[in-house]
Design a protein around this ligand. Structure first.
Ligand code: GDP
Ligand code: MG
Length: 232
């Protein structure tokens, strides 16, 4: 039997936003009642049908790398960022700071490729649009704890200028403790499946696909954001 091709997606965001709950829901199709503290990183896997229902349908492994978000581990977790074929940015809808911090998470992922130490003071100037344009790594933004948010509609509208917009990424809001949040055919499940298809497309089927860590990409990013590439 032919080996199943795989893609590797990293799941990042502040501690406590629900990354482990989300990863479990996606891969095990059930909520986790009491997620343990993620130390370093944990990996979960799911099978995904690429372009399901079309003549191009094919099965792939999706590896979700759930990266511990603790600030104290920021200097060591970059080892988990390589290679990356897709990024899921997770924030907690009841915690605005966790959404603002997604920019820092993208900056950290960008920095892991520079071989330099992180320069956190520069992340405020970090431009997600440039990052996306230069890396072409598909991004999905997920807002968790929808069940805890009052006036959801109003809340979502406030978030119209999110990092998702800047990145041109899809965004999903959901309750990670409910199995129905990702029920087959729901808009969230469709967006998630579309994102997985996009990651696979870029990795295996894109004509101008580039390695996430190619020299071409490195120099493109460096020329756009030179300040990230100065060694301390
Ligand atoms: N009410 C609610 N709680 C959630 C949701 N997602 C995660 N949690 C809770 O938030 C806490 C942190 O979740 P966890 O998955 O460990 O976050 P992580 O640190 O980002 O991995 C846990 O107590 C979860 O049960 C959600 O959508 N709704
Ligand atoms: Mg965790």
């Amino acid at each position: 039997m032919a080996a199943i091709d795989k893609v590797r997606i990293i799941v990042v965001g502040d501690s406590g936003v629900g990354k482990s709950s989300l990863t479990h829901l996606i891969c095990q199709h059930q909520p986790i009642s009491n997620p343990s503290w993620t130390i370093g990183c944990s990996v979960d896997v799911k099978l995904h049908e690429y372009k399901e229902g079309t003549p191009y349908q094919k099965t792939y492994f999706i590896e979700l790398w759930d990266i511990g978000g603790s600030h104290s581990h920021r200097n060591t977790r970059s080892v988990f960022y390589n290679p990356t074929h897709g990024i899921i940015l997770v924030h907690d809808l009841t915690n605005r700071k966790s959404q603002q911090n997604l920019q820092k998470w993208l900056g950290e992922i960008l920095n892991r490729d520079s071989g330099c130490k992180s320069r956190y003071s520069s992340f405020d100037d970090f431009d997600p649009e440039q990052f996306v344009g230069s890396t072409q790594i598909p991004i999905l933004v997920i807002g968790t704890k929808l069940d805890l948010v009052e006036q959801v509609r109003c809340h979502s509208q406030q978030r119209s200028s999110t990092i998702a917009e800047e990145c041109g990424a899809d965004e999903i809001f959901l309750d990670c403790q409910q199995i129905r949040s990702l029920a087959a055919g729901s808009s969230s499940a469709v967006k998630l499946s579309r994102f997985f298809d996009k990651v696979i497309e870029r990795r295996y089927h894109s004509r101008d696909r580039i390695s996430p860590f190619s020299d071409k990409r490195r120099s493109a990013v460096a020329s756009l954001s030179p300040k990230f590439y100065h060694a301390d």
